[in-house]
Write a new protein. Sequence first.
Length: 394
Amino acid sequence: MRDHAVRLDRLLETHPDVVHVQGATEALIKRDELLVLGAHADAVHESARQWVDSREDFAELGVARLRLRAGLRVDPASLVHELRGGAGAHRRMSVTPNHVLRGAPEVTGGPFGPPAPVAQLAAPVLGPATGRRAVVGILDTGIDPHPWFTGAPWYEGCTSDEYEVLDNAADWELDSETGHGTFVAGVVLQQAPNAYLRVERVLGTDGIADELELLRGLARLQARAAAGADGLDVVNLSLGCFTFDDRPSPVLSKAVAHLARHSVVVAAAGNDACDRPYWPAALKDVVAVAALAADDGDGPERASFSNYGWWVDAAAPGEKVASCFLTHGRENGEDFHGYATWSGTSFAAPYVAGRIAAMMADKELTAHDAVRALLDPTGTHIPDLGVVVSATAR
């Protein structure tokens, strides 16, 4: 079993540049870093000049990063609060701490825990190459070779930049989220075997990234899509974070809003069993997906670990999900031969993304029309979980 506090301690130990903001609205942020929308960068830089050590402008992202002077021990969250105008004020400046995001499988203990090996699963069956081909972007830990992917045009186009980096510690133990992206890709393909995937690696194998890394990944993904003929229909984000004030990050909000003009963005609702807004899932431009418990015949219910709330749009299978995985051995004798079961909102989100892609192909719909049809309010609805999306939902 993996206790939340133990995992947090390990994260802080292995990432000394990460700070745990404690309190009622706890969050993880990068030490001594602020992100600012480009339009406000000069004003914020001037206002915070006495605390700023350096500035980097990322014109292609429309964002600047301010590094604070380490010796001054400035609290980025408090500084951001002041720069925005204080309590109750409308944000004068679009500035935020650089929040740390994590993949969203359930790894913190309880009856679910880390992935478990299973016997070989039947590969998704390709349908006839008719209708519209849906393109699904997956920003995650990357992809690992697997028989389900062999020969697929999208996989043949993957490069080393999209492959997972396995076993960084060279100890034959899997990092906590090794195989996460491969598993997520398999969930999408089970629902939409003909989907064309575009994989972008933004998470490490311990499931860690920050806002700036995610923004860069989104930009790379959109650039690759723009160079292709099919664009980008659906984007799956099985990752997220809480923010220090439970308000959305302005830099992430703008990037997602831009992406959502032409693509449907689907994101995991998180696994903290609470109703705090989890970002980017809680953004209004995103389909937030909670996890359903394994079907026991009594009707759909929330998985005990899943987040919930007014901001959740849909709920899909997320407990003991089976998908493709790595082939890898572990010192404790647990050997994986390409398949596993895993639990988390991480795997409920790609179920919904895959269903959207399948509806696009089957019914010749745009991605936005497909999501409207899938989340039909006349369907099965659970308060604080949204519309039920599953094989048995009506």
